[in-house]
Design a protein around this ligand. Structure first.
Ligand SMILES: [Zn+2]
Ligand SMILES: [Zn+2]
Length: 379
């Protein structure tokens, strides 16, 4: 029988009560965290929020190490994504360390370093079985949209086994943040759907981070000519250093005429739309050659005109896609081996608690010459 009189037991009790004390203290400290919270169009704040906790046994709680801001977040801030409601923590990209883990998660344990996918997927539903994670019946793009996201000190990731990727503790975290969204998005929605082939002439309309991710990953397939079209001179110059063979400033030149002169009047084999407005999609319709592919990536808020009067006989294919992130492991290997250098996309670095400032820089991308910004959480 154990009594308090037993000196060993008494010591154990003291230790355990000391541990309890520490635990209680930790718990008290850990109830809140700082996060970037959306409060309706044009309104956001870096403020206290309850720290996320495990809700389902398949969840993981990840302490954010590095995160970033996506063009989609700017759309959210403008009120273009009505699904995002007042009080939501936004952000869907990042790397971190597992802080807490549900008891049904088998691939990860506490302390593991992970890459967060912008797409959450259960791995079990009809769409997941078809590798169409973007349409997972219980997931898809929910992070920083329908559930709280990554622009915070901590984030809850549902279906952790399928929605996180293991990374080494000494990985180049900044480079890997580019794998959460922009690299798989550019590659899957643009390069794969656009069926880029060796020797092709392709056009990328829009030289923002996504367009540049297309530019980097299209080179896996060695297209002969890569034409990048934008109105931002700085981004076009960056595109040139990333492998564009031709750049066109559509604000100063007639883009259609220029593309036709580059292609001997034939048009391009693949036209990739990486902006999300009617004018850029319609430009793709004008420059696409017979048998070509128009691959849309942009998030469209308004309808666009489909010019069937010119396209009906051209044997073209138009594709749309929400990134499935099925190519993330492949892209990761290419980053690790140095074949792909996504760090080139990073122009600005901030501490996580300077995120409002970071939004300013990212929101004034042309003036600030901003591409991707990296936000680093304190250790
Ligand atoms: Zn994004
Ligand atoms: Zn699913």
């Amino acid at each position: 029988m154990k009594t308090i009189a037993d000196p060993i037991e008494a010591k154990k009790m003291i230790i355990s009560s000391g541990e309890n004390q520490k635990e209680i203290e930790n718990h008290r400290n850990s109830k809140t965290m700082k996060a970037l919270v959306y409060h309706g169009p044009g309104k956001k704040a870096w403020e206290d929020k309850p720290r996320p906790v495990i809700k389902e046994p398949t969840d993981a709680i990840v302490k954010i190490l590095k995160t970033t801001i996506c063009g989609t977040d700017l759309h959210i801030m403008k009120g273009d994504v009505p699904a995002v409601t007042d009080g939501r923590i936004i952000g869907h990209e990042g790397v971190g360390i597992i802080e807490d883990i549900g008891n049904a998660v088998t691939n990860f344990k506490k302390g593991d370093h992970v890459l967060i996918s912008c797409i959450t997927s259960c791995g079990k539903c009809e769409y997941c079985k078809k590798a169409m994670y973007s349409h997972c019946e219980k997931g898809g793009w929910i992070l920083g949209n329908l559930i709280d996201g990554c622009q915070a000190e901590y984030v809850r990731i549902p279906f952790a086994d399928n929605s996180l990727y293991p990374i080494p503790a000494d990985a180049d975290e900044e480079a890997l943040v580019m794998l959460s969204d922009i690299l798989p998005t550019g590659f899957e929605c643009g390069v794969l759907n656009g069926q880029v082939k060796p020797g092709d002439t392709i056009a990328i309309v829009g030289a923002g981070p996504i367009g540049l991710a297309v530019l980097l990953t299209s080179q896996f397939y060695t297209p002969a000519k890569i034409i990048v079209i934008d109105q931002d001179e700085n981004r076009l110059n960056v595109a040139k250093t990333f492998g564009a063979t031709h750049i066109i400033n559509s604000g100063k030149e007639n883009a259609v005429e220029k593309v036709m002169s580059i292609t001997n009047g034939k048009g391009v084999e693949t036209a990739i739309e990486a902006v999300g407005i009617a004018a850029t999609f319609e430009l793709c319709e004008e420059i696409i050659g017979a048998g070509g592919h128009i691959a849309n990536i942009g998030v469209h808020g308004k309808s666009v005109t489909l010019h069937m009067e010119t396209l009906w006989s051209k044997n073209i294919t138009i594709t749309t896609r929400l990134v499935d992130t099925v190519t993330t492991p492949m892209l990761y290997k290419n980053v690790q081996s140095g074949k792909l250098d996504p760090k080139k996309l990073i122009t600005h670095r901030f501490k996580l608690d300077q995120i409002v400032e970071a939004y300013e820089a990212f929101g004034n991308a042309a003036k600030e010459k901003a591409l991707k910004v990296i936000l680093t959480n304190k250790e």
